[in-house]
Design a protein around this ligand. Structure first.
Ligand SMILES: [Zn+2]
Length: 225
């Protein structure tokens, strides 16, 4: 009975909390790609300084059941040390997150991003690589293992594109970091090349596609220009 009463009181509170907690379709429309990027980077500053906002989990679970109007799509690696929503201090309903080792664009990711932007109204697409990425290290070392072999092949163009290093193995962390950045840049380019939908949305100013790298050491996200 107590639980039931608690749920009723949360329900009564929802109308007043709704505006602050989760944007409506109308509010999502007012967002700009630039504004969303600024908001995410400000969230990362809060995260990296340990001063995150209250995630309001219970109230947001309740609100999320009514619909979603997320502001961005983050294409991230699967690495357990990159908790995407936390990294940007975002909550339930704020982000679409696509995760695949090495943050590469598969056809399935492309379709998901097209849905998130063209259909569901997200304003920003961010390809988020990270420091010391195991998938990138595997590609540098030409690792072969089951289906992973195919996945790592997708990262090879970035490995080949990075020059100026004598030691081209994962033992050379400077080489690995250069490949991580190159891999993000190539993925951003590929999103535009492989998706006419995304290229058109970006050209019209409806969305922005950006690349960034996350530091495992200080939790900061660095935007790539
Ligand atoms: Zn990784």
């Amino acid at each position: 009975m107590k639980t039931h009463l608690a749920l009723i009181s949360i329900g009564l509170l929802l109308p007043t909390l709704a505006a602050e907690l989760q944007p409506t379709a109308e509010q999502q429309k007012q967002l700009t790609p630039k504004g969303v990027l600024e908001e995410l980077m400000a969230g990362n500053v809060r995260y990296a300084s340990g001063k995150v906002a209250d995630p309001n989990i219970l109230a947001r679970v309740e609100l999320a059941a009514k619909g979603q109007y997320p502001k961005a799509y983050i294409l991230s690696c699967v690495d357990s040390r990159v908790p995407v929503e936390l990294v940007f201090d975002q909550g339930i309903g704020d982000l679409f997150v696509g995760r695949v080792a090495g943050n590469i664009e598969s056809t399935e990711q492309l379709g998901s991003i097209e849905f998130a932007t063209k259909v569901a109204g997200a304003k920003l697409v961010m390809v988020l690589g990270h420091e010391a990425c195991g998938a990138v290290k595997g590609a540098c070392d030409h690792v072969e293992l089951g289906n992973l072999t195919h996945l790592l092949k997708e990262i090879k163009p970035a490995v080949d594109a990075v020059q100026g290093h004598k030691d081209r193995s994962s033992k050379n962390s400077a080489f690995v970091e250069d490949v991580i950045e190159k891999n993000v840049r190539l993925t951003v380019e590929d999103l535009r090349k492989r998706s006419a939908v995304l290229a058109e949305l970006e050209k019209s100013g409806a969305i922005q596609i950006v690349g960034a790298v996350y530091s495992l050491h200080d939790g900061k996200v660095r935007l790539l220009n």
